[in-house]
Design a protein around this ligand. Structure first.
Ligand code: 26Q
Length: 766
């Protein structure tokens, strides 16, 4: 498919001002022959047309300061509907196709571009959307993986991974920039980085530039898989190669552009550039930047470091110790000896600087970029970057008081909070057209561009409650129909819908939800739970392929689903479904159709969460712990309109201090019955030993963790009580709909338009 936009390079952006030439686009669209074409052919043809008009008339503006987002993941999802919406022609395309007898929904066959794992990658995609949508010059840089996040199948209740060959539908939204390829040098090979540009449409057109590795079979491996298995040394080195590959290509690009526009004097580089590092994966770009300036442009090391300190900013996304990246000196030395030397030089300068600030040896060790033959990438980021931010209030406080405590004492001004957000265009306007139309009716359509206007709904929640119930029922019916067709279930479409959809991780506590469901099931069976409103629990999650315990949790949930759904005594009241291959497009349907958003991580573990915000915007109440952005959600929407439970930070700290003995909690017969089902033969793990391992992890501890490291048993009873309280509050009542509407009405803060503006105002363009 040869999309051929008029401009050969839209990465140099300008204000589009107007939407594309809609009339000409529609004339050509009308001319498209649909008969006899496959969905893929039509998809490519229409997309190419949108590219042609959407990217036309884009002029170069080299004097504008621009921000670059470096991220190893972009979880884009489907581009087709979103791009047409952003270009302002979605309804037109729908109408033209309808006239030709084609339903626009057929393009749902085109699978998502899933170049990311979860939150961090989806956030990157939301940020690009919001920057373009609000007119902020922000371009993304990353990797064009041949295979994205694996496709999940469930076989006998177990997760099975299949490669995600997303390009088999074509890639009409990318333009290969043959003449802008660049060589990336490793000690043992040279790789060609070929840029593919994807336009990001909105008030302006920004660019997501993804690099593909070419040159040899070995070279191609670098951009073959998202997150290659890193349980071997080879896998670890491949991951390091990926990080360097795209970081170096992007630095090269930015430096070339700078020199072309402003000459080889780099002292003004930061006047035109700011680079936001999405977690530690691209932090190696700092060293590469210094390498390029010192070795190619004669800048002194000291000056290069100074310029770097004015250019880079870092966002942390997780406090999980296992996710804090470190590279051994031998690893770095082996494939990137120059980079290794540069980080060591930075370390010498850091040491001198910290000694000058009279830091103790202990403090210096804590902040060290390089220590005992190991490079600490988070410390490198914190030392060099002008800004260090967390992604929700609590998370930023944890960074300041724990993870980067010492650095915060010496460099307090670097630290700031940027609470995450999600694009309300994809996550409300696009995925919930029915709700969007209802909002237009009550408050006008201004919220579509300016989400703060959604606050107007606050005065109208009583009035809108009946309408909202109709909308929710419509979305729920669509969701349940879709699930029943795909998963082979027979769920009624009038049940109360609880949903927990997110990556599978122990800290997110899907296991606790599983136990809670078992308790409810047992209660329904023995008659201790009465007047229960028929409910379905929807799970969606992928587990890292090598994360055994997470995979055992998937199997456990599927075992529970089989038992509960098959029990004639209770299955009109309770159903459980684990949806297969949860992804962005599935999420769009689930957030629109759910009533209750389950956000139950152990306090202090979920940096922010963004699914919680998507549910909120679609009017699901949050059933959650005081963790991550949940705190800010209930602060805005009201605790009385949400359901908060579980131990708070202080209680967890107290338990940690005084010694937590989860086994004592097993004395409660309800807890015991649920937990023992892991080992008493109620369910089978197919002989893998996975359930026994889960049981042990709760009771005696396993691997490097204490018993019940995530306090599942501590919070289980309050969780069950909260789920039951929601159930009794629901009962089809208007007052529940009002709670749901209050959440929508107060969700403006969680639009990534707000977040991106804060990055722009406080970090990038201040
Ligand atoms: C670390 C070391 C070695 C290899 C890989 C990694 C690694 C990979 C992925 C570390 C972290 C990630 C991803 C983190 C992530 O997705 N974090 C989520 O970010 C969201 C956006 O800020 C938050 O909302 C979530 O709370 C957070 O979990």
């Amino acid at each position: 498919m040869g999309a051929n936009p008029a401009s050969d390079n839209f990465i140099n952006h300008t204000k589009m001002g107007e939407k594309m030439d809609r009339d000409k686009f529609l004339i050509e669209l009308n001319g498209i022959e649909t008969d006899g074409k496959t969905v893929t052919e039509l998809y490519n043809e229409i997309s190419a047309l949108a590219m042609k008009y959407g990217c036309a008339d884009i002029k170069v503006n080299r004097n504008e300061r621009r921000a670059s987002y470096f991220s190893i993941e972009y979880l884009i999802g489907r581009s087709f509907y979103n791009n047409l919406m952003e270009l302002g022609v979605l309804d037109d395309v729908k109408a033209v196709l309808a006239e030709k007898g084609v339903d626009i929904n057929i393009f749902e066959e085109i699978e998502d571009a899933a170049l990311g794992n979860g939150g961090l990658g989806r956030l990157a995609a939301c940020f690009l959307d919001s920057a373009a949508g609000t007119g902020i010059p922000l371009d993304g840089y990353g990797i064009r993986y041949k295979y994205g996040l694996f496709k999940q199948k469930i076989e006998s209740g177990f997760q099975v991974e299949l490669p995600d060959d997303w390009q088999r539908f074509g890639d009409p939204w990318s333009i290969r920039r043959e003449n802008e390829k660049t060589e990336i040098k490793f000690a043992d090979m040279t790789v060609t980085a070929v840029p593919y540009d994807m336009p990001v449409f909105g008030k302006r057109v920004n660019t997501l530039r993804l690099y593909q590795a070419e040159g040899s079979k070995e070279a191609e491996k670098i951009s073959e898989y998202l997150y290659p298995a890193d349980d071997t040394e080879e896998g670890k080195l491949l991951r390091l190669r990926q990080e360097y590959f795209f970081s170096a290509a992007a630095i090269n690009d930015l430096c070339k552009r700078y020199v072309k526009a402003h000459g080889p004097q780099f002292k003004n580089f930061d006047k035109f550039n700011v680079i936001q590092l999405n977690d530690t994966h691209p932090v190696i770009a700092i060293a590469e930047f210094i390498r390029v300036l010192t070795s190619e442009y004669n800048v002194t090391f000291t000056s290069a470091l100074k310029i770097a300190k004015r250019t880079f900013a870092y966002t942390n996304h997780t406090v999980m110790p296992e996710a804090l990246e470190c590279w051994k000196e031998e690893q770095m030395e082996k494939i990137l000896p120059d980079i290794s030397d540069i980080i060591k030089c930075i370390s010498v300068i850091q040491d001198r600087e910290l000694n000058g600030m009279l830091c103790s040896d202990e403090e210096i060790a804590e902040m060290a970029v390089y220590k005992h033959g190991v490079f600490n990438m988070a410390n490198l980021a914190v030392y060099v970057c002008k800004s260090v931010n967390g992604v929700a209030k609590l998370h930023t406080e944890i960074l300041k008081s724990e993870l980067f405590k010492t650095a915060y004492e010496y460099y307090p001004k670097k630290f700031n909070n940027k609470t995450n957000g999600v694009t309300h265009r994809r996550w409300l306007e696009l995925c919930n057209g029915e709700l969007a139309a209802m909002l237009d009716k009550y408050i006008g359509n201004g919220w579509r561009r300016d989400m703060t206007e959604i606050g107007e709904l606050n005065g109208k929640t009583e009035q809108a409650a009946a309408d909202f119930q109709v909308v929710k029922q419509t979305k729920k019916s669509q969701l349940i129909k879709y699930i029943n067709e795909r998963e082979g279930t027979d769920i009624a479409d009038n049940m109360l819908v609880y949903a927990q959809v997110k990556r599978l991780h122990e800290y997110k506590r899907q296991l606790m939800t599983a136990f809670a469901i078992l308790e409810i099931y047992n209660g329904l069976k023995d008659g201790t739970i009465r007047d229960f409103y028929p409910s379905v629990f929807i799970f969606g999650a992928k587990s890292a392929p090598s994360y055994k315990r997470a995979k055992a949790i998937i199997k456990f949930i599927n075992e529970i689903a089989a038992k509960v759904n098959g029990d004639k005594q209770t299955n009109k009241l309770l159903k459980v479904v684990f949806v297969t291959d949860y992804n962005v497009s599935y999420a769009e349907k689930i957030v629109a159709g759910a009533d209750v958003s389950l956000q139950v991580s152990t306090v202090g573990t979920e940096a922010s969460g963004t699914g919680n915000m998507k549910f909120m915007m679609n009017g699901a109440v949050t059933c959650g712990t005081m963790d991550g952005a949940n705190i800010e959600i209930v602060e805005r929407a009201g605790e009385e309109n949400n359901y908060i439970f579980g131990a708070r930070v202080e209680e967890i700290e107290k338990l940690n201090k005084e010694g937590y003995e989860p086994v004592k909690l097993l004395e409660d017969p309800a807890i015991k019955a649920a937990v023992n089902s892991l080992i008493d033969g109620t369910f089978t793990d197919g002989g893998t030993g996975g359930f026994k391992d889960l049981y042990d992890s709760l009771t005696i501890g396993a691997s490097w963790h204490k018993p019940d490291n995530y306090f599942v048993l501590t919070d289980l009873q309050p969780y069950v009580q909260t789920l039951l309280k929601i159930n009794s509050d629901y009962k089809g009542s208007n007052s529940f709909a009002v709670k749901q509407l209050k959440n929508i009405a107060n969700s403006a803060y969680f639009s990534s338009d707000r977040t991106i503006k804060e990055y722009a105002d406080d970090i990038w363009f201040k």
